[in-house]
Design a binder for this molecule. Structure first.
Ligand code: GLU
Length: 376
């Protein structure tokens, strides 16, 4: 188990770490657990020193805020949770900022809702913000935007949010720090003979049965949501680990092969999974006809620039899936377009440096970025 665990994590170039409330906030005092956080930050700094990019999905806002607001123990009503999150999120962001500042790491806060990961334009914006932050060397610290999320648009649990984030940024590994060291064939808390499952390559009904059923509609953070997260991550080509986060330096323990965990292993890489999604799943709603120069550039793996586009067919919004075709009608690729149809028409055939003068604002240089292109 050990050497393998090591490689799967150490080989990751872009990682998402999900930290649960119980790990970050002390139950009694309702304050951040500084020693644990500092130790984890040391691990994060070590990973980054090895060249990996790290994104944190951190819970804890409600747990921090409820004590400060003097809310009672036990289940909170939705609006009480939202009020608690509004208070606690400040302290949570501060705790991350303080602990990572010890390593001169800049922290960015992002609060997302389910809609942000589903609605294509917002999704692309969030993706671009995150990749820009990573490029600049910052660590994005993400939580659900609890105060605005209504019941319908809530993730409700950060396991699934973390998986969506991993999908959005094409991360190659996602680690869920939990209070259990992985998946068992039955609940180990009730069954001493429960057998540990070190590796999952496909989420079969059998695997689902192992997670049991959610206790109630509101229960979160259990094995059921972790399996939902695994499904999203694996479809995105991202491997995922469930590991016990209770010890100090849980990431280093995993990296050094000293922590048992369950790995969920996808068959594809993030890049191929993303191209499959763009090339196969999405229905194209327009066509960009391109000149011979662009045909060559695309074949060489380059992005599609406005300069190479001779016609824009159809009506579409930013982030829509469109076909890219040669003048003779041959389909060359599918992609997610960075401009709405009306704007694409205005900048077609023009240089990227002219975009700002034409539209009055500065958008992407590419009409379709190469990461958003799937060749036919
Ligand atoms: N967003 C919630 C919070 O910060 C946590 C949700 C979860 O732990 O899954 O308190």
């Amino acid at each position: 188990m050990t050497a393998r665990g090591d490689k799967r994590l150490a080989g990751a170039r872009r990682l998402v770490l999900k930290i649960g409330s119980a790990l970050i906030v002390d139950e009694k005092s309702g304050a951040p657990r500084r020693d644990w956080l500092d130790a984890l930050s040391d691990d994060i700094a070590r990973l980054r020193a090895g060249g990996a990019e790290v994104i944190v999905v951190s819970s804890g806002a409600i747990r921090l805020g409820r004590v400060r607001l003097g809310l009672p123990r036990g289940a909170l009503r939705l609006e009480q949770s939202q009020a608690a999150a509004a208070v606690g999120q400040i302290g949570l962001a501060h705790a991350w900022q303080t602990t990572l500042a010890r390593h001169d790491i800049v922290v960015a806060q992002l609060l997302l809702t389910l809609e942000d990961s589903e609605q294509r334009e917002r999704y692309l914006n969030a993706r671009q913000t995150m990749t820009t932050l990573l490029r600049q060397g910052a660590v994005p610290v993400i939580n659900e935007n609890d105060t605005v999320a209504t019941a319908e648009i809530r993730f409700g649990d950060n396991d699934r949010l973390a998986a969506r984030v991993a999908e959005m940024v094409s991360a190659d590994a996602l680690v869920l720090f939990s209070d259990i060291d992985g998946l068992y064939d039955s609940d180990p808390r009730g069954n001493p003979d429960a057998v540990f499952v070190p590796e999952v390559r496909r989420i079969t009904p059998e695997i689902e049965a192992m997670a049991g059923v959610a206790q109630n509609e509101l229960s979160n953070g259990g094995m059921v949501t972790k399996l939902m997260a695994a499904r999203v991550a694996m479809a995105a080509g991202c491997r995922m680990a469930i590991v016990d986060g209770n010890r100090l330096n849980p990431l280093a323990a995993l990296l050094d092969g000293q922590a048992r965990c369950t790995w969920f292993l996808p068959s594809a890489t993030p890049a191929t999974a993303r191209k499959r999604w763009i090339g196969g799943t999405l229905k194209p709603v327009g066509t960009l006809v391109v000149d011979d120069g662009a045909v060559k550039a695309l074949a060489a793996g380059k992005s599609l620039l406005p300069a190479g586009v001779v016609a824009v067919e159809g009506e579409f919004q930013v982030g829509a899936a469109v076909l890219v075709a040669a003048r003779d009608g041959r389909t060359l690729a599918r992609g997610l377009v960075a401009y709405a149809a009306a704007d694409a028409r205005r900048i077609a055939g023009r240089k990227s440096t002219d975009i700002e003068a034409i539209l009055g604002w500065r958008g992407a240089d590419e009409l379709i970025h190469r990461d958003d292109l799937a060749m036919a």
